[in-house]
Design a protein around this ligand. Structure first.
Ligand code: KG4
Ligand code: ZN
Length: 329
């Protein structure tokens, strides 16, 4: 659960509060929907109050209320949407429904350097791996490719669960990889076709289980680090290859990586290396703004506010909600 207050310039964050549920879900190796929504209900008012206090402002001074309306776990979405409706009703301020993935894209615009023209955004999170063409924030987006099965973050989390590392696994694998040998174990490349912009990570997850079993006896502390580094490298190389390929296809040298997995150190390092070499403009939100947060929703809300794109109090949340149409549709 998170809440933020964004200033009129659309850049200055007056506050940005995130109440993490990582500990709550850690022992289960993934998010437990029932626990998530109960915790949201318990904490929502406190988080909003905290965000207003940290921003040193009053509810009456807020211009509009933006809330994530989907896609995601309905119980958690409902809690946020109903709270936002309550605030909009009480303050008579406009209400804005935000798509979670548009929020991730909007995180790019909280940084100093922002895309000036059309750009490609790779959204990599626990639930999504999608390549999106963005003509401008708030305009009609085009889906260039997405995962056919698991999301990249899901592959990190499920493999971390196999290793007993807890949740969110991506962070743990990232940390252990820092002192691991990424060349020690080999993993297959999914969807390798030259023009392919689709992803698939379920095969990699199965390969990880197989490698773990085959090399069980070698997996001492260093072995686990080497395994993590090799596994992480396989995901990162796949993401990098396809993101840059999408830019070539769309004839742009503006590229953004967003979503929780964009906080990955190796992904950031490889994206920076290649951008420097091939003269791309790379946009990487700060790590804090890659993983789920309210600042990104506020920034997307700011855009919609400028477009007078408001919703009324009948707003309901959506567990499934495509952000963009496929390029060939
Ligand atoms: O965007 P996000 O916070 O929530 C969703 O919308 O899903 O992404 C969460 C995902 C989790 O799968 C988590 O393991 C992954 O992002 N993640 C990372 C890192 N930090 C978070 N994966 C790899 N390396 C990281 N440093
Ligand atoms: Zn997210």
């Amino acid at each position: 659960m998170a809440a933020a207050v964004l200033d009129h310039d659309g850049k200055t964050l007056r506050s940005n509060i995130v109440h993490s549920q990582a500990e709550l879900h850690s022992k289960y190796g993934g998010v437990v929907p029932e626990l998530a929504s109960r915790d949201h209900v318990r904490i929502v008012s406190q988080v909003i109050k905290h965000a207003l206090e940290s921003a040193n402002t009053e509810l009456s001074e807020i211009d509009a209320i933006a809330v994530t309306a989907g896609p995601g776990l309905v119980g958690s979405l409902l809690c946020g949407v109903e709270a936002a409706k309550g605030l909009a009703l009480a303050t008579k301020k406009p209400l804005i429904g935000i798509h979670h993935l548009e929020g991730h894209i909007a995180a790019t615009f909280l940084e100093e350097k922002t895309p000036q023209g059309p750009f490609v955004s790779l959204i990599v999170s626990g639930g999504h791996t999608s390549l999106i063409y963005v003509p401008a924030l708030g305009e009609k987006y085009t889906l260039l490719g997405a995962t056919r099965d698991d999301a990249a973050g899901e592959a990190f989390d499920k493999t971390a669960k196999l290793l007993g590392l807890g949740y969110p696994g991506g962070v743990k694998i990232d940390q252990l990889s820092q002192s691991g040998d990424r060349k020690r174990f080999r993993f297959p490349q999914a969807m390798p076709g030259k023009d392919n912009l689709e992803f698939s990570f379920s095969g990699l997850k199965t390969a990880a289980a197989r490698v773990l079993k085959e090399h069980e006896s070698e997996l001492d502390d260093q072995g686990i680090r080497d395994f993590c580094a090799s596994f992480q490298n396989a995901i990162v190389e796949n993401l990098i290859r396809k993101a840059f390929r999408a830019c070539v296809k769309m004839n742009t040298k503006e590229l953004a990586f967003v979503g929780g997995v964009a906080a990955n150190s190796r992904l950031r390092e490889r994206a920076m290396e290649r951008s420097r070499r091939e003269k791309y403009n790379l946009y990487l939100p700060s790590k804090k703004n890659c993983t789920d947060n309210a600042a990104m929703i506020a920034r997307a809300g700011f855009q919609r506010f400028k477009q007078d794109d408001f919703v009324d109090l009948t707003l309901s949340c959506r567990s499934h909600w495509p952000l963009a149409q496929k390029v060939s549709d």
